[in-house]
Design a protein around this ligand. Sequence first.
Ligand SMILES: Nc1ncnc2c1ncn2[C@@H]1O[C@H](COP(=O)(O)OP(=O)(O)O)[C@@H](O)[C@H]1O
Ligand SMILES: [Mg+2]
Length: 394
Amino acid sequence: MTDPSALHDAVVTPGTVDLGGVARVFTDVFEADGTVVFVVDPDRRQLEVGASQPPGGVDERDLRIPLGYGVTGLVAMNGRPVTLVDDTPRNRAHQRLLGLVPGGTVCRLCVPARGIGSAIVGVIAIHRHRRVAFTDADAHRAQRFADLVGLRLHAESLLEAAEEHRSQRDHLIAHATSAQEAERRRIAGDLHDGVTQALASLAFHLSAADVGLSALADTEPSAAEAKLQIQSARRLAGLAYDETRVAISGLHSLLLDDLGLVAALESLTKNVPQLHIELRGDPAAGIELPDHCAAVLYRIAQEAINNSVKHAEAQHAVLSIRRVGDAVVLRVSDDGIGFDVEKARADARSATSEEHYGLSSIAERCALIGATLRIDSAEGRGTAVTVELPVRPA
Ligand SMILES: Nc1ncnc2c1ncn2[C@@H]1O[C@H](COP(=O)(O)OP(=O)(O)O)[C@@H](O)[C@H]1O
Ligand SMILES: [Mg+2]
């Protein structure tokens, strides 16, 4: 007779549970001729064979028992152990799996394998060819072992479901972020091809009109007045052109598409004449990041730099991106006036300040890609925004 602690070794395996080992242990412990470990399928419609002892080859794959059908199916449905003497299952594949010759019978003990909250996740069916019935004490003992198997099977299926869920979620986020970037790219393209072109030709026509009026304006007061109007219209067209260009570059970074995250971050630091921003980049830092993560990190850097420019009154700022172990770390720091982070968060939560959504958008973006965010700031002591994104080892 096998030491029941062998069951522990079969159940507590790294990776997935060793059902073949489980079938062997039940067979040995109960001095039986074999054991079939049935598992409830993910749709909870039928039992499938997880493993059998002795191994049943093709019959294992062929045998499927609907829940509620036959003795085994009933045990899977109502969760009560059953002992049988002189039994012959109806299903041919089942008969072969039990090693039955035509007209032969077996003694059987079927116990449910119960998981968390007593959910039935399988049935363990032990059989003997000798006509030695299983006792109530056997049933009791088998049930305790079966529940260990059930807990392990249940934990495994929950883990699988959680992983499936996580990968669906990652997929959705990647999709949503790419869709958002595509939309920004489209708007930037429309602005560039439509509005900036129209403004450029407007400015051209206005300067032609200005030149045309020059001769008349010397003698005609109304023409001189019109010339002044045309000049201010030209200035406005120039202003609108510049503003549109700024809006376009804020909307979408062509560099991010073409040359990647570090190049795009570099251009962010150069596009701010008001503040000297030093880039400390590790060119390989973002190399194997999925596109949507690179886009999200870029947006975070953009927002943090905006804040340093707008609020910090800083002399100097540093934007860095580095690889630290299995993480990409993005950091924007400035030597400015700093602020009370808790208070800013509370203000952002209060209904009255709808306009301060920069910090909360940074936090939301971090949550989206599974990055952690730290904001270190104190009044008079500058600000550092640090984002750490774990990446899977290559
Ligand atoms: N780098 C910084 N230096 C100083 N103050 C900052 C900095 N970043 C954020 N703040 C403070 O936090 C507030 C909230 O920032 P944010 O959520 O981006 O909204 P907004 O920039 O629209 O005001 C800012 O109004 C500012 O007072
Ligand atoms: Mg802001």
